[in-house]
Write a protein that binds this ligand. Structure first.
Ligand code: GLC
Length: 485
């Protein structure tokens, strides 16, 4: 080995060591047992709720713990969060509904005794609803089972009830007639008003993963009705997303020439999208010849053409997108690397909402100014998803390149929560330092790149295309078939 290589290897070793130390520091203990990790451990700023364990944030920590065989903390987390899930219908409309999993929790001391206190959004800024928590919880429970090869936890009666309750809220009777889930703004990683109410991609992709996880894990007798509902919903959801969310140049062209105001069953422009609502000239320039992606949101006269990283990457990982679509998403990231990865992997969404649109859609949120935070800021946690998607599509070189970029800055910048600017060169205006999922995003990406056989922790087998194409056939007939339950 040359001297330069030796120095580089030593440098990497130091960064990894520091990352692990920070991760250890963030572990949350409850009655002497490790049960989660704090969102951030940055003593220099007011904690707000960053001293809590967030369900979505802990998933990245949990996966790296599973990879390292530290399964106990993950098991404790799953058991404790399950206890926080309301098992009865709420009598008070301000109380969390039956089956919900909180956004976060913390340890409180009452009369010298430790308790866990959950936040279902009732304390959170803007009182946002954490729809993604229960979906991530199921995905993590399955990862635990895959990693330990131990079904006994998931088979326990309290876990079977917990899984069923989550499925019950997801598959409940509702007003909506799409196979997707209708949610308010800020119901996921983007937990502030960002114009993602309706049927945002992130929630739909996690819903698909959660349905597939629950389908594997709900094995007790007496659940036949809910299993049937899951079997009905899965292909419709998958077909709907693959078909109606997909954007590439030929799809854009079809939309560009759509007729509008079509009534009845023969409608082609099902959602009555008006082309003038789309930035079609920009997209015509931006879309590579072979690339494509899943849109941010689809609803009545609404097609949000922003690229959202989590939804697109998790769609690849969970086998929601077809093989062709997955390759096209990766091609898009490769060809638009400067926009989507730039100097820090990777943009949470692209492009930013600017000017009047920013003011109207975010409600003038100073934290979400253009090219900052949720409004097209860069989030290192997304790196592990980029790595997993790259492994899944056999494009590992892209993940290596992204990791090198991140490695050169993260430790020096003290592991910020997010970065700002068009290329992600500025440390986020209000970013916490020592943000746990930044640290685990880096560690996990590295593990996945070096050991591609870890992919099954979060990935699923191919979804049978036969059932999907049947779902698409139904769809042409109208919306009735969406009423799966
Ligand atoms: C911010 C993020 C959210 C995250 C939380 C804790 O609110 O938007 O996704 O869970 O911080 O890190």
């Amino acid at each position: 080995m040359q001297l330069n290589d030796l120095n580089a290897a030593e440098n990497t070793e130091n960064i990894d060591k520091e990352a692990w130390e920070c991760l250890e520091n963030s572990i949350l203990y409850y009655q002497g047992r490790p049960v989660g990790t704090l969102a951030a451990y940055d003593p220099s700023v007011e904690a707000l709720n960053y001293d809590q364990c967030f369900i979505r944030d802990f998933v990245s920590s949990a996966l790296i713990f599973l990879v390292k065989g530290r399964t106990n903390i993950v098991k404790n987390f799953l058991e404790e969060t399950l206890k926080l899930q309301p098992k009865k219908r709420a009598l008070d409309a301000y109380k969390p509904g039956k089956g919900l999993i909180p956004a976060s929790f913390k340890v409180v001391n009452i009369n010298g005794e430790e308790h866990l206190e959950a936040d279902f959004g009732e304390h959170a800024i803007a009182r946002v609803t954490p729809v993604d928590s229960c979906l991530w919880w199921l995905i993590l429970l399955r990862a635990y089972v895959v990693s330990t090869n131990d079904y006994s936890l998931a088979k326990q009666p309290d876990f079977q009830i917990g899984i069923r309750l989550i499925m019950e809220i997801c598959l409940a009777n509702r007003f909506d007639m799409y196979p997707t889930l209708l949610v308010p703004d800020g119901a996921c990683m983007i937990d502030r008003r960002m114009g993602i109410y309706g049927h945002p991609l992130e929630i739909q992709v996690l819903f698909f993963g959660a349905l597939r996880a629950a389908r594997e894990l709900l094995i007790c007798k007496g659940n036949e009705d809910i299993v049937e509902a899951m079997d009905n919903r899965l292909p419709l959801l998958c077909g709907h997303l693959r078909q109606h969310y997909w954007i590439d140049i030929s799809r854009l062209n079809a939309i560009y020439r759509f007729k509008s105001e079509e009534y009845g069953k023969a409608a082609v422009n099902l959602f009555n999208i008006y082309v003038d609502s789309l930035p079609y000239y920009e997209l015509d320039k931006w879309l590579p010849r072979k690339g494509g992606y899943l849109a941010g949101n689809v609803g009545p006269s609404q097609l949000d053409t922003r690229f959202f990283a989590l939804g697109n990457l998790m769609a690849i990982i969970s086998d929601l997108s077809t093989e062709e679509q997955s390759q096209a998403i990766m091609t898009l990231i490769e060809e638009r690397w400067d926009d989507l990865v730039g100097d820090m992997p990777m943009k949470i969404c692209f492009p930013a909402l600017e000017n009047e649109e920013y003011r109207v859609v975010t409600g003038c949120d100073p934290k979400n100014i253009p090219w900052s935070y949720h409004n097209a800021g860069s989030w290192p946690v997304l790196m592990w998803m980029l790595a997993a998607a790259a492994v899944k599509t056999n494009r590992i070189g892209m993940a290596r390149k992204a990791l090198e970029i991140a490695k050169s800055r993260l430790s020096e910048d003290e592991w910020p929560e997010y970065y700002d600017g068009k290329k992600g060169r500025l440390i986020g205006k209000q970013a916490r330092k020592y943000q746990t999922w930044t640290i685990t995003g880096y560690l996990l990406a590295k593990e996945i790149i070096n050991k591609p056989d870890l992919l099954p922790l979060v990935s699923f087998n191919e979804f049978p295309t036969e059932s999907v194409s049947r779902a698409c056939e139904f769809e042409v007939g109208g919306l009735e078939s969406y009423m799966s339950l």
